[in-house]
Design a protein around this ligand. Structure first.
Ligand code: COA
Length: 387
């Protein structure tokens, strides 16, 4: 296996509600920004994370469409789907392609345009990532599933409503320094708790929003990055892990434990030969505030049940021991489901390059990403290190 580096990163200019731009336009914008950043003039292959082009914009056959509009056709272009983990998995497939020696310069992208349909259609499209027969048939939605996880966590460990709100407060504070975000505003605990109820105990401010957005990164062999792409510090992908779990919550032994996150994290640490204590900065999948707390426990940053207390004590703040979601996370940045995993890689790459401005984590050398599908039915992690 060859060592692999990230040499280019890009997003479309701003995430949010982008009525004036089409699905293909926002992808091409992000991909061209990554190509410019890497200063390359050819790509050998593309992997594109997209959860539900069919339901959101009526478009399938996405690999060919996007290669054509990016002007890279006829190269192989593959659409990857794993619900909200589609972007992370597209990055992993690109990594495997370069590591195997099959391709040299590979683009990993992600795109979703979720706001061209009304709220009911969006909620339906998202719910297709849950178990249709055992969950959706009975009317459950994603806020409802995560509300059950939150209630179980509060019951089992004494996690408080205030601690959940503190995740949103922290992520909006980080996100207020990231102008690309959909919601780059700050908030406070009372505003989160008193915002409109979505699924008890989760209010709208505990939820990631619905978003139009795209992101792209470029990978190549580490040797080539050291030899030819010297404009930026070289960022190596030193670990990659992917795991699955039952989609339906009722099939799991413990509602509060995300086994796929734990296993994908363990496999990533093993490949990278690192431990949780080696990680300087991490982007986790905070689709709901409780998801961040559960993910930080499953990744081994905190003991089971201690994730809420860690947020309360500012351990996960930018100046804390393990800064989590310096980008603002899904909560502030937005969550165009197929693009999220790629934007996490972008944030960690910027942090390791030292290019994060006011969000910069001091002396960040090793960063991690964790991208989750549905309520934890799939999870993909990566560890990156500056060389
Ligand atoms: N956080 C903060 N503000 C939000 C928000 C969020 N998550 N979602 C919407 N808003 C704001 C909007 O900007 C709008 O503000 P305005 O009135 O100033 O323009 C207002 O709240 C109402 O927006 P609207 O789009 O009508 O909200 P909604 O009730 O249709 O949707 C949710 C709110 C929470 C239901 C929706 O964002 C959602 O489903 N989120 C979860 C997405 C999800 O499940 N993703 C997959 C995870 S696995």
């Amino acid at each position: 296996m060859r060592d692999v580096a990230v040499i280019g990163i890009g997003m479309n200019e701003k995430w949010g509600e982008l009525w004036e731009k089409s699905f293909r336009t926002i992808f091409v914008e992000a991909a061209l920004n990554a190509i410019d950043d890497a200063k390359i003039d050819k790509i050998d292959a593309m992997y594109i994370g997209c959860m539900s082009g069919g339901l959101f914009v009526g478009q399938e056959h996405i690999g060919s469409l996007l290669a054509d509009y990016l002007g890279t056709g006829p190269i192989p272009a593959t659409r990857i789907e794993s619900a909200c983990a589609s972007g992370g998995l597209a990055f992993r497939q690109a990594f495997i392609d370069v590591a195997s020696g099959m391709s040299d310069i590979v683009l990993a992208g992600g795109v979703e345009k979720m706001l061209d349909v009304d709220g009911g259609a969006t909620t339906y499209a998202l719910s297709t990532a849950a178990d249709q027969e055992y969950e959706c048939f009975h009317g459950i939605t994603f806020p409802g599933l995560y509300a059950m996880i939150a209630n179980a966590h509060m019951h089992k460990y004494g996690t408080t409503r205030k601690q959940l709100a503190q995740v949103a407060v922290k992520n909006h504070k980080n996100g207020s320094m990231n102008p690309r975000n959909q919601f780059p505003f700050e908030t406070d605990i009372d505003s989160v708790i008193n915002s409109v109820m979505i699924a008890d105990p989760l209010t709208i401010m505990d939820c990631s929003p619905v978003t139009d957005g795209a992101a792209a990164v470029i990978l190549c062999p580490l040797d080539l990055a050291k030899e030819k792409f010297k404009d930026h510090p070289v960022i190596q992908v030193i670990g990659s892990g992917h795991a699955t779990d039952s989609i339906a919550l009722h099939s799991r032994k413990d509602l509060t434990w995300l086994s796929a996150v734990e296993l994908s994290g363990k496999n990533t640490y093993k490949m990278a030969d690192k431990n949780p204590s080696d990680i300087d900065v991490c982007e986790v999948h905070d689709c709901f505030t409780i998801a961040e707390i559960c993910a930080t426990e499953a990744l081994g940053f905190f003991e089971p049940g201690k994730g809420g207390m860690a947020v309360q004590d500012d351990v996960t703040a930018i100046e804390g021991k393990i800064p989590i979601n310096t980008s603002g996370g899904l909560k502030s940045k937005g969550h165009p489901v197929g693009a999220t995993g790629i934007a996490q890689i972008l944030e960690i790459t910027e942090q390791l390059r030292g290019d994060s401005g006011k969000r910069q984590v001091k002396d960040a050398k090793i960063g991690m990403t964790q991208n989750m599908g549905g309520s934890g039915g799939s999870s993909v992690c990566h560890i990156l290190e500056v060389k």
